[in-house]
Design a protein around this ligand. Sequence first.
Ligand code: SF4
Length: 303
Amino acid sequence: MEVYSEVHVELTTLCDFKCNFCPLTHGINRSLQTIKKEKAFTIIQEIADYRLAKGISYFCLGEPFLVTYLGELLEYASQRGIKNRLTTNGFLLSKGNKRVEKNLEYCDFLDISLRASDQESFAAMCKDRNASFADFLAGIKTFLAEVKKGKYHKTKIRLFVFLTKDSQNVLSTLGIDYEITSDVPLQTEIVHNHIRLFFEKPIPWTKADEAAPLQKTGFCEEYLHGYNILANGDLTPCTFDYDGHNAVGNIYSDGGIKQVLSNEKYLKFKQVFAKNIVPSDFCATCHQLNKKKYKPKFQEKIL
Ligand code: SF4
């Protein structure tokens, strides 16, 4: 069985933001839920026992810092030799939440996703009506100052920024003196002083376009990156597959992760795509079709 560099486990579909590009904001076809603590530990145990992945990214949808057992789970994963990655909207970090800070003790990679660039876009995203963009940025700045002092030295932290006309202001407010030029590299990690920056263009979440014609042939190497376990237990070969359209089984009802990864449906999905035959209607209208080439994740370099 393949040992993937990193697989996704979505601990929760709950979120304190409602970003306009996120499927949660527009409604998903499964119930909102958080994986029960004992089930989450069983997932880690199985991945570790059978070496099903070297690292776990606790993300598909949802805000992982809302999960109250997160710190204990990361500690357990770390003890079992698994690297932990968190992706956050940064809101709880900006509030100096002590429980959240403690979660970082066993977090190897932290991606902070800064999606708002002014008060208006922040107010449209943040569910806390009393929160302001200025306070949010001030909180992130304080957090980054602690990072600079070496407080979270075990965690590799990256700042993801949607590139807009206000991004330079955002960086300046955070005390980051990186100059954004017209040819700033996108989707590339930029190490600037003690900060890792990652600029992206605002893009809609990959979503099958129901109106598009079904394509029977094409490539997508997303499945080579690993797999994605959704909060409801569905396992899908695609990390973009937020509703489990391509699910090949459910880890709770189909005997666990190893069992699902050995089933015919999963093997067929991979075999078919390897021959450039599109395996499902969801893939056939997906925006990523014919774009997604396998790229080893940067994490592999330091594992
Ligand atoms: S074509 Fe789209 S839905 Fe299918 S595996 Fe690739 S990214 Fe996922």
